[in-house]
Design a binder for this molecule. Sequence first.
Ligand SMILES: *Cc1c(COP(=O)(O)O)cnc(C)c1O
Length: 362
Amino acid sequence: MKVPFVDLKQQYLSIKEEMDAAIQSVLDNTSFIGGSVVLKFENDFANYLGVQGCVTCANGTDAIEIALQALGISKGDEVLVPAMSWIATSEAVSTVGARPVFADVLPGKFTIDPEQVKKKITPATKAIIPVHLYGKPAEMTEIMDIARVNGLKVIEDCAQAHGAIYRGRKVGTFGDVGTFSFYPGKNLGAYGDAGCMVSNNSEVAEKFRMIANHGQQGKHNHVMEGRNSRLDTIQAAVLNAKLPYLEQWTNARIGHATHYNECLKDLGIVLPELDESRHVFHLYVVNVMNRDEIKSQLAELGIATQIHYPNALPVLAPYGEKAEDYPVACGLAENGLSLPIFPELQKAQIEYVAGQLMSMKK
Ligand SMILES: *Cc1c(COP(=O)(O)O)cnc(C)c1O
């Protein structure tokens, strides 16, 4: 049996008619930047999350950069970032001239550890970027408390967590800003690069709009220098066609993760927690000894797996820190294995993957 890691084609075919019509209507109107299609997505996504303002941009990395700029973070500032994430999280901090300072992640949960965050705060610290890694909400109550006590801004990196819920509220609505990526493989994916920033603070949301569109407040009124980071209308049309399905697709992911957990419960390994918060399973990551060997054995059986990520951020070349200082993140880098998960995955495929893993135990 073949089990791909993701299958974007299946999803496209399941909504082909409406998707083709949505893209065709942009072609018919030949209006390719901005306009009502983009505004519709911003309104609908803000309503979906339960947040006041949503401003789209070119990708999820830009979204973090624009969020940092809108909050006034720049040269000389330090920003706390989890030791395990995609490099975009720390890269964005450096791009605005600030310095990323890493905090290790929590054992078993793999989101930023609030106790480690406290230890890394200095007079130069200006913000924390919790990442809802793999779709699991970070410990937002503790993080918001730390931020309040220390006067820090909070930017939630929600690139892997569209629709994830923490204590009754969607992620992205707790911090000063929430940032999203709509990269094709994300839980809500465009057919190219796309991203957005959300905020309940209308002044901050206005800044997003200005920064993302050359500092303009109305046409040719450049009140500051910004940049070009806009969402293409075709991508907005794709996202509009997909948003109504996000809940259904998310529930399918959660169902698959639940089934994996049942099938793998006797394996004696660390499985993702299914707790009271809503983990949306962008990725289903297990921790196994001999990870690389298991990965290649699964590949031979037709099962595609990936590693997210093979190195903790602090040990990467641009940062050059020691692995011993980040034991949890480095352990995950060594043992974490992402199994196939996507809404259209079949129960029989999950059972095949789990069965092969179980038989490797013996
Ligand atoms: C994908 C991702 C990003 C960056 O999004 P792009 O749209 O690819 O720029 C940022 N943070 C995390 C955690 C991601 O997974």
